[in-house]
Write a protein that binds this ligand. Structure first.
Ligand SMILES: Nc1ncnc2c1ncn2[C@@H]1O[C@H](COP(=O)(O)OP(=O)(O)OP(=O)(O)O)[C@@H](O)[C@H]1O
Ligand SMILES: [Mg+2]
Length: 368
């Protein structure tokens, strides 16, 4: 029972009892008072109808009829005309109770329906709002992708144009270096020049590798063997950084059809990122799992994690948060993995670490 009903029902009962007592206790010759009391009964009836609808109105009017009837019968029994008028009043009580109850019930049902419609409208509005936000994000992403592709095309042309003069600079510098002996300051300067051109060339080549469509060699290669090589290659760096680097033992040594060298490069990029992100004392764990048709390789680090706004951009070429990074590592990695029919996922939690998961198809049919 609703808490308001706990007060309403006794209030109505008391009201009816009070009016009835007035009827029963007031001498009959004060008929004008009886007339007033008789009308007073309408108050609890109408209240019950408003509060409890048709059933409430009728129950109240019947209760009033029940307590009022003996008064007419036994106290007004001698006056036939007055008695009839009072019986008619009883009929009226019940009509008023029923009609008011019905009307108030309809009104309440309409209110509930309106509330439901309003709820539905609010729900649709929220859905619409979420959808329009989604459209805005998609549009923003599209615009960014468009900009990137134009920028990428321009940069690819530029990179290509830079590579040729770079080759000439390096070649001539090597000729000039031959004129000096090691230890001579000029020899050292020219050596720096050559090393820097080599570095530039590497950056340009890395970039072109992202921009160019990848041709993947299809030869059998063992993922576990490639991962072991990667761990060996960076073991020294991990030691210097005082980071534990582990490749968990796995029971299977499945081979997949792919380009081992490229896959190694992809894994290396992921592991180097993990090592760079992990503070000393931390750990980088590489684990290998197999499902029916996929190999799953996870690289889990205990670094600081990646902020959400960065997470959406880390595959963009040139996106980097490092002062000496090119921002091409993950872009190349993604391209290589996708070139093998695989996918790359990154899960990251700020303050806890990052896990990069690579899925590669086991079956040759998965290859592009
Ligand atoms: N394991 C990781 N933990 C935290 N941040 C990461 C991790 N891996 C990648 N990132 C973030 O993603 C960015 C992009 O990585 P990406 O490898 O593409 O470029 P980079 O490492 O900055 O430069 P490069 O690989 O060319 O040296 C990084 O600058 C870094 O902010
Ligand atoms: Mg990197």
């Amino acid at each position: 029972m609703k808490s308001s009903n706990i007060i309403r029902i006794p209030a109505l009962v008391l009201f009816i009892i009070a009016i009835s007592l007035l009827h029963y206790l007031t001498p009959l010759h004060l008929h004008y008072l009886h007339d007033i009391f008789q009308r007073l009964y309408y108050l609890p009836i109408i209240l019950a109808a408003i509060w409890f609808g048709l059933r409430g109105g009728l129950a109240c009017s019947l209760a009033v009829s029940f307590v009022y009837a003996p008064h007419i019968l036994f106290q007004w029994g001698g006056h036939l005309t007055l008695e009839l008028e009072k019986y008619l009043e009883i009929v009226l009580y019940n009509i008023v109770g029923a009609v008011t109850g019905l009307l108030s019930q309809r009104e309440r049902e309409r209110g509930v329906e309106l509330e439901k419609t309003a709820d539905g409208l609010e729900h649709s509005y929220k859905k619409l709002q979420a959808q329009s936000e989604q459209i805005l994000t998609i549009e923003e992403n599209l615009r960014r992708a468009e900009k990137l592709s134009t920028l990428g095309e321009m940069a690819a042309v530029l990179a290509h144009e830079i590579r040729n003069p770079l080759g000439s600079i390096r070649g001539t510098a090597e000729i000039l270096r031959d004129d000096y002996r090691p230890g001579d300051p000029k020899y050292e300067f020219i050596d720096i020049q050559i090393k820097e051109t080599e570095r530039l060339n590497r950056v340009v080549e890395d970039f072109l590798r992202v921009a160019r469509p990848q041709s993947t060699q299809k030869v059998p290669c063992s993922i576990q063997a490639e991962l072991k090589t990667v761990v060996m290659l960076v073991a020294n760096e991990a030691k210097q950084r005082q980071v534990t680097l582990e490749l968990t033992e796995s029971q299977f040594a499945e081979t997949i059809t792919g380009d081992g060298e490229k896959l190694r490069q992809a894994f290396l990029n992921i592991v180097i990122n993990a090592l760079q992100a992990t503070p000393s004392g931390g750990r980088v764990i590489i684990a290998l799992h197999k499902t029916k048709s996929w190999i799953e390789i996870s690289f889990c680090d205990s670094g600081p994690g990646i902020a959400l706004e960065n997470l959406q951009r880390i595959f963009e070429p040139f996106f980097t948060t490092k002062s000496d990074g090119t921002g091409l590592g993950l872009a190349i990695t993604k391209k290589i993995i996708e070139g093998h029919g695989g996918t790359l996922h990154i899960e990251s939690e700020m303050g806890k670490g990052t896990t990069v998961v690579v899925f590669l198809p086991l079956l040759e049919e998965g290859m592009p």
